[in-house]
Design a protein around this ligand. Structure first.
Ligand code: SF4
Length: 366
């Protein structure tokens, strides 16, 4: 039988902290490998907290940092030699006079279908017909866009920024490639290396069912693949259980929880809401200023010449024009975060956030 190694992905948050401590208590620290996927977009306090954990638990946390140098070099080559001639079009769905979707048909008149998953069942459903709008856009990079992108398209050493420079855009809720490229791929590669080295790997994951609807069916244990298993010891815990466990084990939570953060991760996350943005703007404006600098760089690397860190759909037009992007620039989003009632009315109470007061969302100072 292969020897087992227990891998815990530490995020700097409370759940992974409790999971790490549970793993050490259960199997001993010699069999535990702690990893941290460094996105390059974390608060300094996260790094200080990791150093605190290493000292307190007497363990080493392996930092995994994604590198996109090769992808950026390939993109430079691609842009410089781009000679494509085809055009790309916006499309709109077609409805009949009764307002029902018109199905798409193939060259023989048959309705085109696709497989769709509904819960546990896979069904076939018709694909809706679409038509092109307008004259379309050139697919090829213009010479002006080439010059602009090539002037900034160099690795910076920051994985989050390099990823966005390579992609020519920031991630969004619908295209959340940051999680995949900066965290999941790195953690999976680390575990595959251990399996290849002859170990059986148990991946301890600090997931709770009450965290979100898509985690409500999380299994406590499952086999993920040959030699790889998942174990989720916190599935039935609440956030309060987690804090109580850490307190009983004399482990300090990340100080960010005491300063108004309800979650610890990127600073800010592309999905941050109004409250979190207000806290960041009041306490750590330098992080938003940094993202503003990133916006300028990634915009230069983008084919259209603009890209924004947030995609809040603050503008009524859903198109891809420059006005939508202007409305999503960091500065505009901070202003939006200071409003209430759907973004129209300025909220005077926001100015009452006292930057030094404890505003923990979990009432940790109670
Ligand atoms: S989803 Fe948010 S927290 Fe996760 S990697 Fe992307 S920006 Fe960071």
């Amino acid at each position: 039988m292969r020897p087992s190694l227990h891998v815990v992905s530490v995020s700097g948050g409370k759940d992974s902290l409790a999971t790490l401590k549970l793993a050490i208590n259960r199997v001993g620290k010699k069999s535990v490998r702690a990893i941290f996927c460094d996105t390059g977009n974390e608060h300094t306090l996260v790094h200080q907290h990791l150093a605190y954990l290493e000292r307190t638990l007497d363990i080493q946390i392996d930092r995994l940092v994604a590198n996109f140098d090769e992808q950026i070099a390939n993109k430079r080559r691609f842009i410089a030699s781009d000679k494509r001639t085809r055009r790309e079009y916006d499309i709109r769905p077609v409805f009949n006079a009764e307002g029902n979707p018109v199905p798409k048909r193939d060259g023989h008149g048959n309705i085109v279908t696709r497989q769709v998953k509904r819960g546990a069942v896979t069904v076939l459903e018709p694909v809706q017909k679409t038509v092109k709008i307008g004259g379309g856009r050139r697919v090829r990079w213009t010479n002006k866009a080439k010059r602009r992108a090539l002037s900034v398209l160099y690795p910076t050493g920051n994985p989050f920024l390099d990823l966005c420079l390579w992609k020519g855009r920031f991630p969004s809720r619908k295209a959340q490639f940051c999680t995949e490229e900066l965290k999941r791929n790195m953690a999976v590669a680390y575990q595959i290396d251990l399996i290849d080295a002859g170990y059986r790997v148990i991946s301890w994951q600090g997931i709770r069912r009450d965290e979100s609807p898509n985690r409500r069916d999380a299994k406590k244990a499952e086999r993920l693949g040959p030699g790889l298993y998942a174990f989720r010891p916190l599935v039935d815990w609440t956030a309060r259980d987690v804090f109580n466990y850490c307190r009983n084990e004399a482990l300090e939570p990340n100080p960010l929880y005491l300063q108004g953060c309800s979650r610890v991760g990127c600073m800010p996350c592309i999905n941050a809401g109004k409250d979190e943005l207000n806290q960041i703007a009041a306490r750590w404006p330098e992080h938003l200023e940094e993202k503003s600098r990133w916006e300028r760089l990634v915009s230069q690397a983008a084919k259209r010449g603009f890209s924004t860190f947030f995609n809040k759909e603050l503008h009524e037009d859903k198109g891809q024009d420059r006005r939508v992007h202007e409305a999503n620039r960091i500065e505009a989003v901070i202003q939006w975060a200071r409003t209430s009632r759907g973004g129209r009315q300025f909220d005077m109470l926001v100015d009452l956030v006292e930057p030094t007061a404890c505003v923990s969302s979990y009432g940790l100072c109670a």
